[in-house]
Design a protein around this ligand. Structure first.
Ligand code: HEM
Length: 551
C-alpha cells in the first residue's frame, strides 16, 4: 500500500463520499492556517528551499501543485517535472513544502534507517483507519520491531512453501470459473461490465481479470492466513457483502478521505470528523477483524496459527496482545489482496498486448507437469522474468512517503544544482522534512535499466550488466516491495501466488485485448488499480478464450 492517494486528491474520487462541503471546509482551514503559521515552513534547510521544482500555480495557496499531479496517476510525478532531476521540491495542499525523490542512494538510505525516516502522520492516520492502530503497517520504532519479530516466522520461505497446495487449489477453482464464464451466456454480467457489440466474440468472453484475481487473492489469504474459505470464486456466492467486493468500495472510500487527511497534517482535530468514507472503512475493518477471530488448532500451519503459536511461546513485553494479533490479520488481508491482484492483472494485460511473450511463456509452462512442486515452479526463468518486469513497470504500491525524525544529511547518487547556484552532493534536512518517494519512477530510470526502460522486455533480467546501480529492493532488482526493516513482509507469498496463478491460467486460456480497445489506465490509490478511462472502479477487462485443444 502507498499513500499515492494523497497525491491524487481529486481524480476518480466518488464525491458522494467526499461531501459537497469539503471545498468550503478547505478554504476555511486555509484562512485558519494562515493565521497561525508563518508563510515558510520552519522544517526546511536553505538547501531544501533552493531545490529545483515546479513553480506554484495561481491557486497554489490552496492546492499547491496537487491539481497538476492529479492527471498523472501512473507516475504521480508530472512528466514535465523530470527536467528538475531525481530530487526536487513541490507543494502539497495549503502550500506545504515536500521533497520528492527517486534517487537510488537517497531511497536506499531512507528505507534502511526507519528510525531516522518514519511513516508520516497522515499516512499512518489513513492506514490506521483501515487496518487498526495496532497493525504492523501503522507502527514505528520498538513496537514495530516487536510485531515484525512475531510475524516473521509465518512469512519464512518454509512457511510459504507449505501454502503451495492451497494456492494450487484456488488457482484450479479460478480455471473452473473462467470455463463457466466462457460457456454460460447467463453469466455475462457477472464476468465483467456489459461488453460493447464488437467485444462479443464467438468462443470468447470479456472477463474482468482484476475482479477475479482479487477474489482469488482474498481467498488465498483467508485459507493460508486463518483456514477460512471466503468462497469468492463462485457466482452463486457473489454479494455486495463479499469481502473481496467490499475492498473495491474501501479503496473508493479511502480516496474520499484524501482531502481531509492532507489537511490533518496541519489541524489533527479534523481526524474526528465523522465522514461517510470513515463509516465505510470502519465497516470493512470490523468485518476483517471478526473474520480473524476464528480459533486455531494445534497442528495448523496457517499464518494465524503460526502467529498465535509463536506468540504463546513468547514471554513478557515481546508478547502481542489479542487485539494486536487481530489487527495483523486485518492488515494482511488488506495489504496482500489488491496489490497481488493488480500485479496478476497487469501481467495478463502485458501478455495480451505482446502475444509473442504470451506464447513463449505458455511454451515454458506447458513443458512442465500440472501443479509442479515448489522447486520446479520457482525455477522457471521466463515466469520469473515476466513477473519482475511487470512489477518494475507497474508497482502496485507506486510510491510511499517518510518524514525525517531528526536533522541529518541524506546521501545522493547524483549531485543537485540548486536554484541559488550552489551544487550539492548530499542533502541536509531538518526534523519534520516530508519525503515523497516514487518507486515507479525509480524502477523506470534509464540510468539503471537502459534506454528502453519504459518498454516491457522480460529479457533484460537475464543481462548480468543490469541493473546498473544498486536498487532498494528485496526481490527481483525492483523497488516495488521496498527494502529495509519495513520492506513488504508478504513478498514471498505474493510471488508464489502470482507464479501459480499464471502457470495455471496460461495452460488453459488465451488472453487478448478487447476489440473495442478500452483505454486501460493506472489509478494510484492506496494500491494502484487498473481502470478503464471514463469508468469508475478498478477493472482489467480482457478477451479470454479456452486454449485450443482444451475446449
Ligand atoms: C505484489 C504484491 C505486493 C506488493 C507490491 C507489496 C508492496 C509493499 C510495500 C511497497 C510495502 C511498504 C509500504 C511502506 O512502508 O510504505 C509493503 C508493506 C507490507 N506488506 Fe506488502 N506488497 C504485496 C503483497 C503483500 C502480501 C501478499 C502481504 C501479506 C499477506 C503483504 C503484507 C504487507 C505488510 C504486513 C506490510 C507492512 C510491513 C512493515 O511495515 O513492516 N504484502 N508491501
Amino acid at each position: 500500500m502507498s499513500n499515492s492517494t494523497l497525491l491524487a486528491p481529486f481524480a476518480g474520487s466518488d464525491w458522494r463520499l467526499v461531501g459537497w462541503w469539503t471545498p468550503l471546509l478547505m478554504v476555511g482551514i486555509w484562512f485558519l492556517v494562515r493565521l497561525v503559521t508563518p508563510p515558510h515552513s520552519p522544517h526546511n534547510t536553505s538547501e531544501v528551499r533552493a531545490l529545483p521544482g515546479p513553480s506554484r500555480p495561481w491557486f497554489g495557496w490552496l492546492l499547491g501543485n496537487m491539481a497538476q499531479l492529479a492527471d498523472h496517476r501512473e507516475t504521480l510525478i508530472h512528466p514535465d517535472w523530470f527536467q528538475w532531476g531525481w530530487t526536487g521540491m513541490y507543494e502539497s495542499l495549503f502550500a506545504q513544502k515536500r521533497i520528492y525523490t527517486f534517487d537510488p542512494a537517497a531511497v536506499v538510505y531512507i528505507f534502511a534507517h526507519p528510525d531516522e525516516f518514519e511513516r508520516p502522520r497522515d499516512l499512518r492516520t489513513i492506514l490506521g483507519h483501515i487496518m487498526g492502530s495496532d497493525s504492523l503497517v501503522v507502527n514505528e520504532g520498538e513496537k514495530h520491531r516487536r510485531m515484525r519479530r512475531a510475524l516473521n516466522p509465518a512469512f519464512s520461505a518454509g512457511a510459504i512453501k507449505d501454502m503451495l497446495p492451497a494456492i494450487y487449489e484456488k488457482a484450479g477453482e479460478l480455471v473452473g470459473l473462467f470455463e463457466r464464464l466462457i460457456d454460460d451466456d447467463g453469466l455475462e454480467g457477472y464476468a465483467a461490465h456489459p461488453p460493447a457489440p464488437e467485444d462479443r466474440v464467438r468462443g470468447a468472453r470479456k472477463i474482468d481479470v482484476f475482479k477475479f484475481a482479487g477474489n482469488l487473492t482474498t481467498d488465498v489469504i483467508g485459507v493460508a492466513g486463518f483456514e477460512h474459505d471466503f468462497n469468492s470464486l463462485s457466482p452463486e456466492d457473489d454479494s455486495p457483502e463479499l469481502l473481496a467486493n467490499r475492498f473495491n468500495r474501501l479503496v473508493d472510500a479511502a480516496n474520499g478521505m484524501v482531502l481531509l487527511t492532507e489537511a490533518q497534517n496541519i489541524l489533527p482535530v479534523l481526524d474526528k470528523i465523522p465522514t461517510q468514507s470513515r463509516r465505510v472503512i470502519g465497516e470493512v475493518r470490523g468485518q476483517m477483524e471478526r473474520l480473524s477471530d476464528v480459533g486455531t488448532d494445534a497442528g495448523a500451519k496457517d499464518l494465524l496459527s503460526l502467529l498465535v503459536k509463536g506468540n504463546t511461546a513468547t514471554k513478557g513485553d515481546q508478547h502481542l496482545s489479542n487485539d494486536e494479533v487481530r489487527a495483523q490479520m486485518a492488515s494482511l488481508l488488506f495489504a496482500g489482496s489488491t496489490t497481488t491482484a493488480a500485479t496478476i492483472s497487469f501481467i495478463l494485460f502485458e501478455l495480451a498486448k505482446l502475444p509473442e511473450w504470451q506464447e513463449k511463456l505458455r511454451a515454458e509452462v506447458l513443458a512442465s507437469d500440472e501443479c509442479p512442486p515448489f522447486e520446479v515452479i520457482n525455477a522457471l526463468p521466463l515466469l520469473d522474468a515476466v513477473i519482475r518486469e511487470t512489477l518494475r513497470l507497474h508497482p502496485p504500491a507506486s510510491c510511499t512517503c517518510r518524514a525525517a525524525t531528526k536533522d541529518m544529511v541524506l546521501p545522493l547518487s547524483k549531485s543537485i544544482p540548486l536554484k541559488d547556484g550552489r551544487v550539492i552532493d548530499a542533502l541536509p534536512v531538518r526534523k519534520g522534512s516530508y519525503f515523497f518517494i516514487s518507486m515507479v519512477c525509480l524502477n523506470r530510470l534509464k540510468e539503471i535499466w537502459g534506454d528502453d526502460a519504459e518498454d516491457f522486455n522480460p529479457a533484460r533480467h537475464a543481462d548480468p550488466a543490469l541493473p546498473r546501480m544498486q536498487v532498494p529492493g528485496v526481490w527481483g532488482n525492483v523497488s516495488s516491495f521496498i527494502s529495509g526493516p519495513h520492506a513488504c513482509i508478504g513478498y514471498r507469498l505474493a510471488i508464489l501466488e502470482i507464479k501459480v496463478v499464471l502457470y495455471t491460467l496460461l495452460r488453459s486460456f488465451e488472453f487478448d485485448l478487447l476489440p473495442s480497445k478500452p483505454d486501460i489506465q493506472h489509478f494510484s490509490s492506496l494500491a494502484t488499480q487498473p481502470q478503464v478511462k471514463g469508468e469508475l472502479g478498478g477493472q482489467m477487462p480482457l478477451l479470454v478464450r479456452k486454449l485450443r485443444g482444451t475446449e
